[in-house]
Design a protein around this ligand. Structure first.
Ligand code: UT7
Length: 324
C-alpha cells in the first residue's frame, strides 16, 4: 500500500477588473493584433487598489474547501506559491490561515516564480506521503500587476492577477499508476539563467519591490525544450507515456509555448486546458486557475491522467503527474 495525495477540491478567484488588450493601445506602441498573434492573450484581470495577494488567495481557498465538502477545521496546513507577497513577511500562507479562522496547523510560502505551484505541489505531496499532514491546502496567488513596468510593451501586456487553490488529501493507493492522486514530480532550477527573467529590486539590494525584466525570445526557446523534457521525465518515472495522458494543464504564459510543447509531447490541443486568452500569465496562480476552471466546466473528470508543467524565473521548472 502507498499513501497518495489525492485531489479533493479546487477553487479560484479572479479580480473583477478585466483589462482588454485594447487598453494598452492608448499608452503603448502595441496592438490587440500583435498581442493575440504572439501570445494568445486577449484579456487579463488586474487587482483593484487595496486588493492583495492574500485576499485573492483566501477567496480561492474558501472555494476549494467548499468544493471538497470540508471546512477549514479539516485542513492541516497551507502551502502557498507566490512571488508577489503582501508584505516582506510574514508569509501570505499565514495571512490566509488567519483569514480562514484557523487556529491550528501551519502555513508557509514557496517562491519559484511561475513554477511555484509545481514546487508547492511537490512539497505537499512529500508531506502527505511521509505522514506529516493528512489534508493540505495548496495555493498559487499573484498580483503581478504591481511589479509590471507599464512603459515596457514587451512585458506589461503579458501578465495578470488571480489565485487558484487545491485541497489534497491522504488516501491509500496500491502503488500503481492506476492510483488516484499525485503519481510523480520532477523539479529543476538553474540559477545561471537569472538574467532571462527577474525583478530589478529587492530587500537586500534596492530596498524596493522592483519591476519585472524579461528576455522573452531566448526564454521562449528554453521554455519549450525544458517543459517537454520535464513532462517526459515525470511520466517515465511512473512508466507512463504520451498516449496515457488525458489532459495537459500547462503554465499559461504564451499560447505558442503551450502549443509547441503539446505538439512535441504528441498530445493534441483538444487535450490541453488553455486559459491564457482570458487570464494572461498569472505566474504561480496559472496552473491552479486552469485546473479549477477545467474541473468547474466539466472537462476534467475523476480518474483522468493530468500532466502539469511550468517554467519561470530562476530559471525554475518542473512537472507533476496526477490522476484526478
Ligand atoms: O511565465 C514565465 C515564462 N515566460 C515565458 O516563457 C515567456 C516567453 N516569451 C514569450 O512568450 C515571447 O518571447 C514574447 C511574447 C515575450 C515575445 O514574442 P516573440 O515572438 O519572442 O517576439 P520578440 O521578443 O522576438 O519581438 C519581436 C518584435 C520586436 O520588434 P523588432 O525588434 O522586431 O522591431 C519587439 O520589439 O515585437 C516587438 N514587440 C512588440 N510589438 C508590439 C515586443 N512587444 C511588443 C508589443 N507590441 N507588446
Amino acid at each position: 500500500m502507498t499513501i497518495r495525495a489525492v485531489l479533493r477540491g479546487t477553487g479560484h478567484y479572479l479580480p473583477a477588473r478585466i483589462v482588454p488588450n485594447s487598453e494598452f493601445e492608448a499608452t503603448l506602441d502595441t496592438s490587440d493584433e500583435w498581442i493575440v498573434t504572439r501570445t494568445g492573450i486577449q484579456r487579463r484581470h488586474f487587482a483593484a487598489e487595496g486588493e492583495t495577494t492574500s485576499m485573492m488567495a483566501a477567496h480561492a481557498a474558501r472555494a476549494a474547501i467548499a468544493d471538497a465538502g470540508l471546512t477549514a477545521d479539516d485542513i492541516d496546513g497551507i502551502i502557498l506559491a507566490t512571488s508577489t507577497a503582501d508584505l516582506t513577511f510574514p508569509s501570505v500562507a499565514t495571512m490566509v490561515q488567519a483569514e480562514l479562522g484557523m487556529d491550528h496547523g501551519f502555513g508557509f510560502d514557496v517562491q519559484a516564480v511561475c513554477a511555484g505551484f509545481i514546487f508547492a505541489l511537490a512539497n505537499a505531496n512529500a508531506m502527505i506521503q511521509t505522514g506529516q499532514a493528512r489534508r493540505l491546502l495548496v495555493i498559487g496567488a499573484e498580483t503581478f500587476s504591481r511589479i509590471l513596468d507599464f512603459e515596457d510593451r514587451s512585458t506589461c501586456v503579458l501578465f495578470g492577477d488571480g489565485a487558484g487553490a487545491m485541497v489534497l488529501e491522504a488516501q491509500q493507493g496500491d502503488g500503481s499508476s492506476a492510483d488516484r492522486g499525485i503519481l510523480s514530480t520532477d523539479l529543476h532550477t538553474d540559477g545561471r539563467y537569472r538574467e532571462m527573467l527577474y525583478v530589478d529590486g529587492g530587500i537586500s539590494t534596492t530596498g524596493t519591490a522592483g519591476k519585472l525584466r524579461m528576455q522573452g525570445n531566448p526564454l521562449f526557446r528554453q521554455a519549450v525544450e525544458k517543459l517537454v523534457s520535464t513532462a517526459d521525465a515525470a511520466l517515465s518515472k511512473v512508466g507512463l507515456g504520451h498516449d496515457d495522458v488525458d489532459w495537459i494543464v500547462p503554465h499559461q504564459a504564451n499560447l505558442r509555448i503551450i502549443t509547441a510543447t503539446a505538439q512535441r509531447l504528441g498530445v493534441p490541443m483538444e487535450k490541453v486546458v488553455v486559459t491564457v486568452q482570458d487570464h494572461g500569465n498569472t505566474s504561480a496562480a496559472s496552473i491552479p486557475l486552469a485546473l479549477s476552471v477545467g474541473r468547474a466546466d466539466g472537462r476534467l473528470k475523476p480518474g483522468q491522467l493530468v500532466v502539469t508543467e511550468a517554467i519561470g524565473g530562476g530559471l525554475a521548472w518542473g512537472s507533476v503527474v496526477i490522476r484526478l
